[in-house]
Ligand binder design. Sequence first.
Ligand SMILES: NC(=O)c1ccc[n+]([C@@H]2O[C@H](COP(=O)([O-])OP(=O)(O)OC[C@H]3O[C@@H](n4cnc5c(N)ncnc54)[C@H](OP(=O)(O)O)[C@@H]3O)[C@@H](O)[C@H]2O)c1
Length: 254
Amino acid sequence: MDLGVQEKTAFVAASSQGLGKAVAIELAREGANVVICGRHRDTLEQTAAALQNTGPGKVLALTGDLSSPADRENLIASALAEFNTVDILVTNTGGPPAGKFEELPQAAWDTTYNLLLASAVEMIRGFLPGMKKQRWGRIITITSQAVKQPVENLILSNAVRASVVGLMKTLAGELGPYNITVNNVMPGYTQTARLDKLMAANPEFANVTEEIPLGRFARPDEFAAAVAFLASQRAAYITGVSLAVDGGWIKAIL
Ligand SMILES: NC(=O)c1ccc[n+]([C@@H]2O[C@H](COP(=O)([O-])OP(=O)(O)OC[C@H]3O[C@@H](n4cnc5c(N)ncnc54)[C@H](OP(=O)(O)O)[C@@H]3O)[C@@H](O)[C@H]2O)c1
């Protein structure tokens, strides 16, 4: 299937590793220009080098911390200076710490809000004018299966990510008239460094594959395929949805 994203520019946030990296690879392979970012220059440069030969588009690698308002401004300004317009925005960040309510200080809530919700709001605010002007855009938030079914011991993620879904759904209504679609993709357990860390630190996750109808964790490229489809021309009439890539883990009727 031709996704029709050649000559489009995608900004994929938090993309030097893991889910973001897989999305950047998929979009680069489909011919898009890709902007990637992360805090650590070494990893970012390795990923940028791998992306250079993946497709015909350009690759721009930007160092920055998505929890910092100043860095967010720089990331947006640098992407726009290079490409003028970002057509496809994929919001993403590192995950918040695990823990139960009484183990987490107020500061952890403030940091998580800033990382998960404020970063999505600001990235959208930064790239929206260009999308509106050209009357075409794709905004895709990466959240978690936790927005439909809380994951044990991850109260920060369970609580704050739900607000990103409220943002996405409301924006889908506001931006439809500009031909901008806004969707959310909910990863389930996917084999990345984040999952390895959670598994090592939290005995609760030891037998988690037994809860997954497909009986295994996802590969990052399986998650990325869903994001790339929503970013494509072929998904032109899909907006306001939350798509689970969870191997069937969520028990609710979606
Ligand atoms: N993997 C799963 O099973 C799963 C399931 C549900 C939800 N999620 C969520 O999906 C998101 C991505 O997860 P992942 O598994 O891909 O994580 P990961 O393997 O830890 O990768 C995170 C990526 O984000 C970058 N990053 C982290 N914090 C950042 C910050 N403050 N500013 C800029 N870049 C930052 C990291 O690079 P630097 O460290 O260099 O900054 C890295 O490139 C997380 O929010 C995670 O909680 C993951």
